[in-house]
Design a protein around this ligand. Structure first.
Ligand code: GLN
Length: 753
């Protein structure tokens, strides 16, 4: 049995407290650093984490939580799942370069698809499987890490995606036979995991953690059976470490009794998002005999744990389970490192926050208290006096259904067409243009006091003017101002709205080297002043063509922030929607006839289980409608979605009642066009015809061909020609030829109709 006061966390951030990994990756990719330098940074980050976790008093330290790019991709490579299309490319590569080859692709080999890890804002590279997948264990890296930890006197518990979730997170490769699903490979996958257990045993590992995040989602009885069969089989391996299976991000549902019936020694439960009473858990046959990793500290939010209430709960659990390890609900990957690195947050707010380091301390402190009772240093959670605004509450209380309806599309569409006078198959972009070196420098100079705000605005205006000139010259029909004033599509608005706090150093990995700083939404949201109208209005004053206004949508603002937990999400969403609604009115007043309300993250808040989904979709749709329905009938409302949102919430997207839906479509253009053929969307659509984030310049013929397919799917009358996302990560020399080709391809089609 574990010593008392047992504590652990299910995983830890890995980008480094100062984003050391990001910098190291970029230097390596640009050729400024050698591979040896990159590997050394990786080693340092890994070791610093173990030491830190050990020093904080955790009795068990998770290992293998570091990754140079994505842990799910690493785990696919651990079992040798290299899709056939990458085999030539990776033949002679080192392990780390193999990761980058799959994650980043090459000119003629597109990378693995980047997809959301459902229920989080983390994106992973989706493994691909088919009948011919050649699996084979490659434990070299993992064993090296275990050995290295041992050299410094630490025992780690390797964290690895479990076999069932690894397959469920993947997809059938383009070479797979029709009807193939990755789970068909389970038996062969289990051979690899059996071998892995043997190898770990030999390396002296005493406990291994298999994460099964897919099991906290809706699953069929057949899938639950496969899970049970899988762990029966792994538990039967004669010489092996103890097995911990975790269900992160929610409730395991039927998977819990299935796992409890197997011979695995330990189960990790997310008791924050999948809270169960001790009595409910006691009723699951076989469960109480397992070691329970009680995930009571929230790994997905930044608020301090209510330690008194949590301790009571832990005591109840302890009455049922003899063996309790205090732990987190999931890996701490999704929260920033350290609150104390924040110098600008309001002091009263800091008191309420716990980032990864503080959460580890909470876990340790709770584990001690479970034995010894609370220490006198424990304080109740502070209340935030500034969080409540009566004017905001009064306004949300007045919202009614009429605020969420526009005149019918059939009436608005001709009025918009008359006002805009656009050609068939209009061409446009999605909003952002590159953030130039000058703009970034000006922003830094402003922040550090070297220039004043008026001077900064001069830079912005000059940049907007040049972006407008460029678009006119290219011949686009609808222009944008380029979003030059925005550091980020969420943070920019968060900084201008009351109720949000922005961090300085609160970086969280989104994928690979890409990190974001989610703002902290702690109080009632209000908009003290217009946020974008000045810039869009200025852009419009420079051109006769329509300039589209850009606002980040209320649901995306919510999904990409750390949100308060003392107010129901739909209520917070209503506050955000009203702020956006006011911005829409100000944009209209500035002469804007097209307004795009971006909702790329609308799917991220979708509950993991079907039963809760309808309720979410209802309020998410309501939120968007409240934000947009104040618009005049002759104002055209656009939105921007990912194709995966369209995939899982098809009808809801129609209910948003946007006039034009832009879709991130490139990698799955086939899928989007199929969905559109089925007429799920009856309004205008803009399926992105090339990937704006890639450096690849599509030629006219390719764009023409894709547009023709889209014409086949939806007809030319309601089609737009656009790239699939913003252009801020590109250079002008890349985006200019792509957009010129797009305009030419669209004109070619226009001439033919
Ligand atoms: N307006 C945003 C941009 O161009 C659109 C991106 C998005 O919705 N993800 O950057």
């Amino acid at each position: 049995m574990e010593p008392t006061r047992a504590s652990s966390v299910l995983g830890y951030p890995r980008i480094g407290p100062r984003r050391e990994l990001k910098r190291a990756l970029e230097r390596y990719w640009h050729g400024d650093d050698t591979r040896a330098e990159l590997l050394a940074t990786g080693r340092r980050l890994r070791e610093a984490t173990w030491h830190d976790l050990g020093a904080k008093g955790l009795t068990q330290i998770p290992g293998n939580t570091f990754s140079f790019y994505d842990h799910i991709l690493d785990d696919a490579l651990l079992v040798g799942a290299i899709p056939a299309r990458f085999r030539d490319l990776t033949r002679d590569l080192t392990p780390v370069d193999t990761v980058f080859a799959l994650a980043r692709g090459r000119a003629d080999v597109p990378p693995l698809e980047l997809v959301p890890l459902q229920g989080t804002s983390y994106l992973y590279r989706q493994p691909e499987f088919d009948e011919a997948s050649e699996l084979g264990l490659r434990p070299g890296e993992l064993l090296a890490e275990i050995a290295r930890a041992r050299e410094v006197g630490l025992e780690i518990r390797p964290v690895i995606t479990g076999p069932v979730s690894l397959l469920l997170l993947g997809k059938a490769s383009p070479d797979a036979a029709p009807g193939f699903t990755p789970l068909d490979l389970l038996d062969r996958m289990l051979e690899q995991y059996e071998a892995l257990l043997g190898v770990l045993e030999e390396a002296g590992v005493t406990c291994v953690q298999f994460d099964e995040p897919c099991m906290t989602m809706e699953r069929t009885p057949a899938e639950i059976d496969r899970l049970r069969g899988a762990y029966d089989r792994l538990a039967a391996v004669p010489a092996r470490p103890r097995i911990l299976v975790t269900g992160e991000y929610g409730d395991l549902g039927d998977a819990l009794p299935a796992l409890a019936a197997t011979g695995v020694e330990a189960i990790g439960l997310d008791l924050v998002h999948g809270r169960r009473t001790a009595a409910e858990l006691a009723a699951v046959p076989g469960l109480a005999a397992k070691r329970l990793y009680a995930g009571v500290v929230d790994g997905q939010n930044v608020w301090r744990t209510d330690k008194f209430a949590t301790l009571d709960y832990l005591r109840e659990l302890r009455a049922v389970f003899a063996d309790v390890v205090v732990s987190t609900s999931c890996t701490l990957l999704h929260v920033p490192y350290d609150v104390h690195a924040e110098t600008d947050l309001p002091a009263e707010l800091v008191e309420s926050l716990a980032f990864a380091e503080q959460k580890v301390a909470e876990v340790v402190s709770l584990a001690h208290a479970l034995e010894d009772g609370p220490t006198p240093r424990w304080r109740p959670l502070p209340v935030l006096p500034s969080a409540r605004r009566e004017d905001v509450r009064a306004r949300t209380a007045r919202v009614d259904d009429d605020d969420k309806v526009r005149v019918p599309y059939a009436e608005r569409a001709p009025r918009q067409a008359g006002r805009l006078g656009l050609p068939t198959l209009p061409t446009a972009t999605l909003g952002s243009f590159p953030q130039t070196v000058q703009i970034r420098r000006a922003r830094r100079d402003l922040a550090e006091g070297r220039i004043d705000y008026a001077r900064y605005c001069d830079y912005l205006r000059a940049e907007i003017a040049s972006v407008i000139r460029l678009q006119e010259d290219i011949g686009l029909d609808v222009l944008v101002h380029g979003e030059v004033e925005r550091n980020d599509m969420v943070q920019y608005f968060a900084e201008l709205l009351d109720g949000f706090a922005a961090t300085r150093n609160g970086w969280v990995q989104s994928y690979g080297s890409r990190c974001v700083r989610p703002p902290i939404l702690y109080g009632d949201v209000a908009r003290p002043a217009p946020m974008t109208a000045e810039w869009t209005g200025y852009a419009q004053s420079l051109t006769d063509r329509p300039v589209k206004g850009m606002i980040t949508g209320p649901v995306t603002m919510l999904a990409r922030s750390f949100c308060r937990t003392d107010l129901a999400l739909p209520e917070v969403a209503t506050q955000l929607a009203l702020a956006v609604r006011d911005e829409v009115a100000d944009l209209e007043a500035a002469g804007t006839a097209i307004i795009q309300i971006d909702e790329p993250a609308i799917r991220e808040l979708l509950p993991r289980r079907g039963a809760d989904r309808r309720a979410y979709l209802d309020w998410a749709v309501d939120t968007f409608r409240l934000a947009s329905a104040g618009a005049r009938p002759d104002t055209q409302i656009h939105t921007h979605m990912t194709y995966s949102s369209l995939q899982v919430m098809t009808e809801a997207i129609e209910e948003l009642d946007a006039d034009v839906t832009n879709i991130v479509a490139t990698r799955s253009i086939e899928w989007v066009l199929d969905a559109l053929t089925d007429h799920t969307l009856t309004r205008q659509v803009a399926p992105g015809v090339y990937e704006s984030r890639s450096g690849f310049v599509p030629d006219i013929d390719l764009l023409h061909e894709r547009l023709l397919r889209a014409v086949d799917a939806v007809g030319v009358e309601r089609l737009w020609a656009v790239p699939d996302g913003g252009l801020k990560s590109r250079y002008t020399w890349q985006l200019e030829p792509s957009l010129r080709n797009l305009v030419t391809a669209a004109r070619r089609i226009r001439r033919a109709v």
